[in-house]
Design a protein around this ligand. Structure first.
Ligand SMILES: [Zn+2]
Length: 268
């Protein structure tokens, strides 16, 4: 699932490539992807011009000149691809958004779980999906004190606390592993048992890891908007490979059904 670093790259690459473009047409090939209804979204976006692109948590937001917005959630496996007009539609394509300038965004999801929500002007801040989200990691509202308080209240593992979107927006299964590797904390530790010192270091690791991940992803993605790049990560997906810090083999465990990777020696 794309997370904050992946989606930051998608956002800036879309900015470079479609800002100011005018919507010629939107067609849903999988009707359940369009919310509140595919007909409404198709009709509402015609003639709209893209005025800004934003990210909030795991949502990508296309803003239009009228004040309306399209809120995109890629869910587990969804992807965007920018293609020339008339490009063949591949298997799993759920929607095609075409611009007068001769480019198309293809929304691709083999599972068909991704969602595109049309938001009327002035409604974005009020939408349920965004209201439920906690602060962004780089927002001034996210402070060491806030993190400490949230972990203290959380009944579950520290890994799950980091992935809880209502506490902190944008982190998922891959970057929670990387953050905990940076912080030398085992993912299965109960969140409320972390010491103040560990929590302070964890705070720094959240920001450092997301910044690093965004830079690395940007280097590797170029100006593409499709895909998520994971090969440069330290522990996530690296079962059996040596820990880059101490050489011990990386272990995979399941925490509440999610594949979780860590170094059993230097993460305590
Ligand atoms: Zn290690």
């Amino acid at each position: 699932m794309p997370e904050l670093p992946d989606l930051e790259v998608v956002k800036s690459n879309l900015e470079k490539r479609i800002l100011g473009f005018e919507v010629a047409d939107l067609k849903f090939l999988k009707r359940s992807v369009g919310k509140p209804s595919p007909e409404l979204v198709e009709e509402a976006l015609k003639g709209e011009k893209v005025s800004a692109i934003a990210r909030r948590g795991k949502y990508t937001v296309l803003h239009f000149e009228s004040g309306a917005a399209l809120l995109i959630h890629l869910m587990l496996e969804g992807e965007l691809d920018l293609k020339p007009a008339g490009a063949p539609v591949e298997k799993g394509t759920c929607a095609v958004l075409s611009f007068k300038e001769g480019q198309e965004i293809h929304f691709i999801d083999q599972r068909g779980w991704m969602k595109l929500y049309f938001i009327p002007p002035g409604e974005l801040e009020k939408t349920k999906e965004l209201k439920e989200l906690g602060p962004e990691p780089f927002d001034p509202a996210f402070t060491p004190e806030y993190l400490s308080e949230v972990l203290q209240k959380f009944r579950g593992t520290v890994k799950f606390a980091l992935m809880e979107q209502k506490f902190l927006a944008g982190i998922g299964n891959a970057y929670s592993d990387e953050i905990l590797f940076c912080a030398r904390i085992s993912p299965s530790r109960p969140a409320r048992e972390l010491s103040e010192r560990e929590k302070d270091f964890l705070y720094k690791c959240i920001l450092d890891t997301l910044r690093w991940g965004t830079e690395e992803a940007r280097k590797r993605m170029g100006d593409r908007v499709r895909g998520e790049i994971r090969e440069f990560l330290n522990v996530h997906g690296k079962e059996g490979e040596p820990c880059p810090r101490c050489g011990t083999k990386i272990v995979r465990i399941e925490i509440e059904g999610r594949g979780t990777y860590f170094c059993p020696r230097c993460q305590k």
